[in-house]
Design a protein around this ligand. Structure first.
Ligand code: SAH
Ligand code: SF4
Length: 336
């Protein structure tokens, strides 16, 4: 698929053709099964100040929390009891030795309790190569680090000047070289974002040869400065654009894992089912303790309830590793 064609599809003139094609690619490659990753929101403490995010450092109106080891393990045991194949541990970004070693010991405990059957993904921001290696050694085998935008000038507009696009990109390279299953993604419908930018995001995902992708609509948060700048995309536009992005990516990277992200639910409750139908094959139900769910407020209207899984063909008990990753292991010399 070339850039011009991608931009045309993103423009929405050929939705029916796009969604029919992406659905048939999906059924022929990853099939109808949906893999579950139980999401544990470890902490909303964050050292960064991304201009779009509700848990950024400078939002002083928020109660900050960090789950105890016991709370995390209760969620892990819930996941195991419900026959989830994997968990994801996510948090605001912190790099102190205390935090790094806390995560390390948690990962060892999750690995022990999971008895090798539970997939472990982490999403803990930008860290040193040494930290990534320690966490891998402790049992994490997948990492989610969204690039947010692969267009450097757009990245700079949505982050303070001390955040670095190239350092984030470098983290993706380090993670991949360490042997993690690599997941990244972007926000869709940001202020200043063009269809050309989104097309370039898709092309970058292909060039990086990622194993997993989570991309979803940008949703304003009133305490985050970016909310003062209006996006030219309505919430409905953003949900539709997300469906088109997921469908295009499924066609371009048929065997990767693609998540139907929670932010989609904040806009349109039926969009998730659509997203799974046109290309996604992963969902991440929130299994954090109920008491903290309202505090992990990345964006407004973030759902806090546990959603109904009954409509989907859930692959219970399966880790659901990226088929793409498995193939890549057999051909490890591919360039990053
Ligand atoms: N601190 C880590 C992980 C937690 S944030 C990190 O930044 O990588 C996880 C993701 O939430 C971010 O990558 C971003 O894409 C998403 N996010 C944050 N604020 C958002 C918003 N206002 N709308 C939609 N997604 C948002
Ligand atoms: Fe922190 Fe992640 Fe939010 Fe940025 S997006 S402020 S790193 S939690």
């Amino acid at each position: 698929m070339n850039r011009g064609e991608i931009i045309e599809f993103l423009g929405g003139e050929r939705d029916e053709e796009l969604f029919t094609r992406s659905r048939s690619v999906k059924l022929a490659t990853v099939g109808e099964s949906v893999y579950l990753r139980g999401l544990i929101e470890l902490s909303n403490v964050c050292a960064k100040n991304c201009l779009y995010c509700g848990i950024r450092l400078d939002n002083t109106s928020l109660d900050r929390y960090e789950l105890t080891e016991r709370e995390v393990m209760d969620s892990v045991r819930y996941a195991i009891g419900e026959n989830y194949g994997s968990v994801v541990v996510q948090a605001g970004e912190r790099t102190s030795e205390r935090f790094v070693s806390f995560v390390e010991s948690l990962l060892r405990e999750i690995t022990r309790v999971g008895e090798g059957r539970l997939g472990i993904t982490i999403s803990l921001g930008e860290q040193s190569a040494k930290t990534y290696a320690r966490w891998k050694d402790a049992g994490a085998h997948r990492y989610l680090l969204r690039m947010e935008s692969f267009t450097e000038s757009l990245y700079e507009k949505i982050h303070p000047s001390d955040h670095s696009w190239s350092e984030r990109l470098e983290c993706l390279s380090v993670l991949k070289n360490l042997g993690y299953q690599l997941g990244t993604g972007v926000m869709i419908g940001l202020p200043f974002q063009t269809l050309e930018n989104l097309a370039d995001d898709l092309l970058a995902l292909v060039a990086l040869d990622v194993d997993m992708c989570g991309m979803g609509p940008y949703v304003e948060h009133s305490m985050a400065p970016l909310s003062a700048i209006s996006s030219e995309y309505t919430p409905r536009d953003r949900a539709l654009l997300t469906l088109r992005m997921v469908a295009l990516l499924r066609i371009m990277m048929p065997d990767i894992n693609i998540a139907a992200t929670t932010a989609l639910d904040a806009i349109d409750p039926v969009a998730r089912a659509r997203c799974l139908s046109v290309g996604a094959n992963v969902i991440m139900p929130n299994i954090s303790p109920f008491v903290v769910r309202g505090s992990y407020n990345l964006y407004q209207n973030k759902p806090t309830d546990t959603f109904d899984l009954s409509p989907y063909d859930i692959a219970y008990g399966e880790q659901g590793n990226s088929v793409h990753f498995k193939k890549r292991q057999k051909n490890p010399n591919q360039p990053f």
